[in-house]
Write a protein that binds this ligand. Sequence first.
Ligand code: BTN
Length: 254
Amino acid sequence: MNVNRIRDGIKISSVGNHILCVEQCSSTNDLAWKESEEGAPHGTVIFAEGQSSGRGRRGRSWVSLPGSSLLCSVLLRPRIALQRLPLVTALGALAVTDLAQRFGIEARVRFPNDVYVGRNKLAGILAESRFSSSESGAIVVGIGVNVTGFPSDLPSTSLTEECGEVVDREEAARHLIESIDQWVSHLDGPVEPFQKAWQSRSDLIGNRVVIRQEGEVFPGTVLDVHCLEGVRLQLEEGGEKLFRGEFIEKLDLL
Ligand code: BTN
């Protein structure tokens, strides 16, 4: 991808002032951490055509077909309290739903870190943080979006598949950065805009799911999803239980 084409007409304030595109790396998150150690500024965005060890949540790997996705990491240095960290994963997922919307696609967020169109996965988010004090640290938000293709072994989809026209990755990258920039500007403000969007774009509320956590399996119906607190389930065995994103091993729709 070409940085100048991504930048063409871009409207941003803090995210995307420094963009880097590489052909290949282990993981764009690794590269973002390397840039961070070398003093890269807040809002630095890195794209790669391919990754040799792309990673997902809980040590899973993230496999993509080279040149077919947005493999992107954004370095943030926000002054937010540690308890607000889940908002960063939320903003990545919300930005992908905004991006999909630009191409006329209704994508939904699946707590804690995925974006789906129907039953097929469009994107995944992996936020990592390194804090030196309770309010000062760096965060890398890694986002993988299927744009023109995806590996065929999982129920997945792409922007191109959903909108029926080949989506230009540089245009998609520009829209994604613009949307991340918007959400980042709300990070230190009230949680309500996140929560409102998170709830109205959730594909879980009212649906039957099964959650795997600490070796146990919890089937139930989703009562509510909160971008900071987690997902509240009406358990099939009776009673309610709140599951926090960081402890959920797997969440599947039934
Ligand atoms: C998941 O589904 O568990 C999250 C997947 C996140 C994948 C993206 S691709 C760009 C960035 N670099 C990585 O190694 N992972 C994220």
